[in-house]
Design a protein around this ligand. Structure first.
Ligand code: COA
Length: 166
């Protein structure tokens, strides 16, 4: 069985991420969404909130998939890959701008765990301009992000805005 990791901060998960998860789960036997906690990023959503949003997005967006898991990790991705027998990391490539950073990560991960490959998937062209920060930013000003994120995320973002104004 081929296990791959799809790692990220997912603060929050977007339709761009969901597209990569969808296509990965068609290609590989088992996809472990690896939610990075304790990395340098300050997050809007807690790790548990991010995990719950991923699970809800999967339940509604990809209800037929049984080969997708969600796990929180706080250590090195390469070590986690070794511990679960993952042979690869999947990463979405949006623009050329992603490439240098992605190559650095891929090469470092392989240096740390020689069995680990990285597969790059072309991101959906509808979402190449997208990242989680920009979604958070426009949602903060009350813009409609419902075509960019799963419905549960749009609702959660509205909740955060209300919370921050209270
Ligand atoms: N569509 C839309 N947006 C996407 C996307 C896609 N297909 N793929 C990525 N993005 C967005 C993300 O939401 C993120 O947005 P943000 O920066 O505004 O939050 C941005 O693009 C960058 O994504 P990514 O490169 O996945 O960064 P990340 O911070 O989410 O994930 C880790 C980085 C978690 C994979 C990496 O830090 C890691 O592996 N950490 C574990 C510790 C470790 O092993 N470190 C050494 C690695 S060599």
């Amino acid at each position: 069985m081929t296990t791959v990791l799809y790692p990220g901060t997912f603060d929050p998960i977007t339709n761009g991420h969901l597209d990569i998860i969808d296509r990965s789960s068609r290609v590989f036997d088992r996809v472990v969404i690896t939610l990075a906690v304790n990395n340098a990023k300050q997050t809007l959503f807690t790790a548990d909130e991010r995990e719950a949003l991923i699970r809800e997005a999967l339940r509604t967006g990809l209800p037929d998939r049984t080969n997708i898991e969600v796990v929180q990790t706080s250590g090195l991705l390469a070590e986690f890959a070794r511990s679960v027998g993952a042979v690869a990391v999947v990463r979405g490539l949006r623009t050329l701008g992603d490439f240098e950073y992605e190559m650095q990560m891929a090469l470092m991960n392989r240096r740390l765990y020689g069995e680990l490959s990285t597969f790059f998937m072309a991101a959906d062209e509808r979402y190449i301009h997208l990242n989680s920060s920009i979604v958070r930013e426009v949602a903060r000003y009350g813009a409609d992000v419902s075509d960019l994120v799963p419905e549960c995320v749009a609702v959660a973002l509205r909740g955060k805005v209300v919370e921050s104004r209270a």
